[in-house]
Every structure is written in C-alpha cells, then in structure tokens.
Write a protein that binds this ligand. Structure first.
Ligand SMILES: [Zn+2]
Length: 234
C-alpha cells in the first residue's frame, strides 16, 4: 500500500473528512464527527491565511475587527482546508480491496451523485451531480466507492472539464474496463452570481473512454440511462 506524503500532520477537521472519503460508512473513527464542528483551535489563529483574509476584508472596505467578522479569517482558513481535503485522500486506501473479479460485462451506471467543488478561477463553488458508468472486463469496483472517487476529485480546486476527465481516467486505470463514461452537470456560482445573471444555467461535461468513445451504441445506451428518471419513489 502506498501512502501519499502529505497525509501526516493534517488538522483533525481535514483528517476526519479524508477518513470519511477513504473508508466505508461506520469505519470512520468516532473522533471524526465532533471535530468537523470543532472550534478549529488547532489552526494557527494568526497564520498567513488568516492574515490574507483579513487583508481582503480591509480591501473591500470592511472592518475586520467588528464583532461579526472577528472569527471570519479563522473560519475561512478552516473551511478551505476542508473543501480541499481531496488532495490528501490516498487512492489506495479509498479502493482498499473493493475491486472484485466478476464475470459481468454489462454496463454499470451510478448516477445522481451529488458533489460540491470549488472553481479554481474564482474560488467559488460549483456543484451538481455526476453520472459514472463503465463496462467491466472481469473486474468491478464496490458501488459505494464511486461516489468517493467523485468526492476525492471534487474537494480540490477544479475546473469541471478536468474533474470529469480525472474521474474517468481513475476508473480506467484501476479497473481496466472495456470503457468508461462520466457526465457532470453543474451550476457555477461564478457564472450565476457575477455579470449577466442567468439563474439555472447548467454546464454539462462528459468524458468517454474505450467503448464509450468508439461504439455509438454504448454511448447511446449510457445517455439513455441518464435520461431515465430514478427509481419511483413511494
Ligand atoms: Zn469560476
């Protein structure tokens, strides 16, 4: 098992998110839950990020010392470490024995996977859903792992196009399937909050590899799955 070099010395709030992505539900150490909501006292209250956020507040004409803003630099620092926790996820721990040899060669589709990411151009959120499909070549991955792969790449500074490709390439490398298809639909706050206001603008990106790229029928089957609604709800 390989270990990413940066995983030691993570602040507890980041550690708990990384643990959550890497491990199955219920395996997360008990300490995790409380620390996400913790006061962040582990963070250096006078660190460089705090100083920079303070600087921004002054620059936009605010008083960083007024009551409501006093804790803001520390909160923003903590928030960014949490929203970018994906950099610290160890893919080996995430996969962790969840690849199985199965003689199944039909399309596997996991859709409506919600995610929240940060656009690297504006540090504003973009969010929506991902759909991931693949056609196994003798190996499948545990179903619960696919949303974690999405989460690993979403919790970074991203552009939607790259995130879509990274998810597809990750599965291509790990599973060596006959093909992979990923479609992401997202709303970018940098687009809807700034300039021309077009609420509801959704950007769609796709990445198709292997049979999803070369065979029209496969691609059509994938997109037909996406158009179909989810299971009927009572
Ligand atoms: Zn942006």
């Amino acid at each position: 098992m390989t270990t990413t070099p940066r995983r030691t010395n993570l602040p507890p709030n980041v550690r708990s998110i990384v643990d959550e992505i890497e491990t199955e539900m219920g395996e997360v150490p008990f300490r995790a839950a409380t620390q996400i909501e913790g006061d962040g006292s582990h963070a250096d209250a006078h660190g460089r990020v705090e100083a920079a956020v303070r600087e921004i507040l002054v620059e936009i004409g605010e008083d960083p010392d007024r009551e409501g803003l006093a804790g803001t630099p520390g909160r923003v620092h903590r928030m960014y470490t949490e929203l970018t926790a994906g950099y610290h996820v160890d893919p080996e721990r995430l996969i962790n024995d969840a690849i199985f040899d199965v003689a199944y060669s039909e399309m596997v589709v996991v859709k409506e996977i919600p995610f929240y990411s940060l656009c690297e151009h504006h540090l504003l959120p973009f969010f929506g859903t991902a759909a991931v499909a693949y056609i196994p070549r003798g190996r499948v991955i545990g179903l619960s792992k696919i949303p974690r792969v999405v989460e690993m790449y979403a919790r970074r500074l991203q552009v939607q196009e790259r995130m879509t490709q990274q998810i597809a390439e990750f599965l291509q490398e790990r599973l060596e399937p006959q093909g992979v298809g990923v479609v992401i639909e997202a709303t970018h706050l940098c687009a809807v909050m700034r300039g021309v206001r077009k609420p509801g603008t959704v950007m769609t990106t796709s990445s198709v590899l292997g049979l999803f790229r070369t065979r029209d029928r496969t691609r059509a089957e994938f997109f037909a799955h996406l158009e179909r609604g989810g299971p009927a709800r009572p």
